[in-house]
Design a binder for this molecule. Sequence first.
Ligand SMILES: [Zn+2]
Length: 349
Amino acid sequence: MNGWTLPRRVALAAAVVVPPAVVFAGGAGGAGRAEESAAAKALKDDPGLKAELEKSERFKKMEAKLPQADIGGKRYFFVEGDLRLDRDQLLFYAGEFDAQAERYKLAKGGGAGVPLTTGLIANLNTDGAIVRWNPGATLTYCVLRNTFPTQAEYDAVVANTKAAGAAWSAVCNINFKHDPAQDNGAAAAAPPAGYDFTVRKANLAPGVIASAFFPDWPVAERHLLIGAPYATTPFNKVGVLRHELGHVLCFRHEHISSQAPAVCKTTEGFTFAYALTNYDPRSVMHYFCGDGSAHDQARMNMEITPSDGAGARVVYPFPAPPTPAGAASAAPDPLALPASKFKNVAAAR
Ligand SMILES: [Zn+2]
């Protein structure tokens, strides 16, 4: 650690204590809820840490400049465009980014290698596990009608979410089910019992079209939020939801890949991420930067690419078809991972 500045040491320590995947996993929690964010817990356990993290220039800049909004009485900061973090989580996100920059510098100087992060990218927890829903699960959601200003907008979001879910179900072993029984319910902090998430309109930061969650976020944070720009976005409206449901399935932004052009990586940190496939600039999880920046119609459609499908099947594999008697069993998928690489989350029903 010789020669490293104090903020860098704090950032590295922070990365070990609470890497961003766990910060994401921790979510916000709410007053009176049993669940507390991993970031909040870490700050409580180490009273001096908060003050140290607050000294980070990167944090100060992020806190001042990131798009932000008050949602449900709480302030959220938007990183990577559509990922929302509370202030405690942002402290660690900035710290992790500082640490990542330090690792790059070391690797460039012939130090420890930086693990390459490439194609469709899964979110990792501290144990290095990919947190996913049980393969084959059906994720049940409601669309909160009262949060939409018009019936037409509600109808469109219902139809588009259904189509986006069907697109993922076509390429990997996961299902989405809209159960409208609770659609007229109030926008409570947590999804109703028996539901995995809600879809609702919310006042997000300016320019944020939508914002989702990862499978290991606490229940109170499991909402697919539709921002005001969604109604007028030039992107394909089903495609936007394909992207958001990709986060729901555990996939992170493709352009955090170390193979993505530098222009794409201005605010990304990607230590706790696992590459499932080769880098694909046309991935549904790629933003419009670098090779993914061409605003051709195919990109505007935000389709799930063959590479996305292959990566998704690593996480949500279809059951192997029975081998006919006498035939050689099929060769294993070269991308396949052992079960120990995963931590499964059970669906609500
Ligand atoms: Zn996104």
